[in-house]
Design a protein around this ligand. Structure first.
Ligand SMILES: [Zn+2]
Ligand SMILES: [Zn+2]
Length: 186
């Protein structure tokens, strides 16, 4: 059995943090701050310590989002602390929201590796793309995110297709084609 890569181990850890610790009923999200192969802190989404949690008190919904839970990225960055975040990698199970993208930018995280394209906010995507290396973990590998400003099609389906073309051309890996085109628009 081959040893897992560092990226794989941390993405797995995000999933474990999400499934084992998240207290939000809507979506379980996990994140990890790491330096190279060294873990700094994990985080998951849940209400502030000492406050009622979604699983007992119910989510507080606002515009389709639960606002009772603090997001996993926010918690991981907070637990890691300001100094440890500079130049670190943030692994996260779901694509970061706009506010978390801002926190990631402020923390000077060097690399973001996410797994699920969940409710991708294009503003967050562009912000992250401009401040760090933005990568999606697919098929056991972290792959750089593409943003083509001029020819930017506005739907998720088009974006996924663009990604496939880019990857096929640059990474020489056609195994992505089927999976990524299966993702359709919102
Ligand atoms: Zn919730
Ligand atoms: Zn967030």
């Amino acid at each position: 059995m081959t040893r897992k890569t560092t990226d794989q181990r941390f993405i797995d850890l995000c999933r474990e943090a999400a499934n084992g610790w998240s207290t939000c009923n809507r979506e379980a999200v996990g994140a990890v701050v790491a330096h190279g192969s060294e873990i700094v802190k994990p985080g998951w989404n849940g209400a502030p310590s000492g406050q009622p949690h979604c699983e007992n008190a119910g989510c507080i919904m606002d515009n389709g989002h639960c606002i009772r839970a603090i997001h996993a990225e926010d918690n991981a960055l907070w637990y890691a602390g300001r100094d440890a975040c500079v130049g670190a990698t943030l692994y996260v199970s779901h694509f970061p929201c706009w506010r978390c993208a801002q926190l990631i930018a402020r923390a000077k995280i060097a690399r973001v590796v996410y797994e699920n394209k969940y409710r991708v906010d294009e503003r967050a995507r562009k912000l992250l793309y401009s401040v760090c290396s933005l990568e999606q973990f697919i098929d056991g590998k972290a792959r750089p995110e593409m943003i083509l400003e001029e020819v930017f099609p506005r739907s998720d389906a088009d974006l996924a297709n663009l990604g496939v073309e880019y990857w096929a051309a640059h990474l020489d890996d056609d195994s992505l084609t089927n999976e990524s085109t299966a993702q359709s628009g919102k």
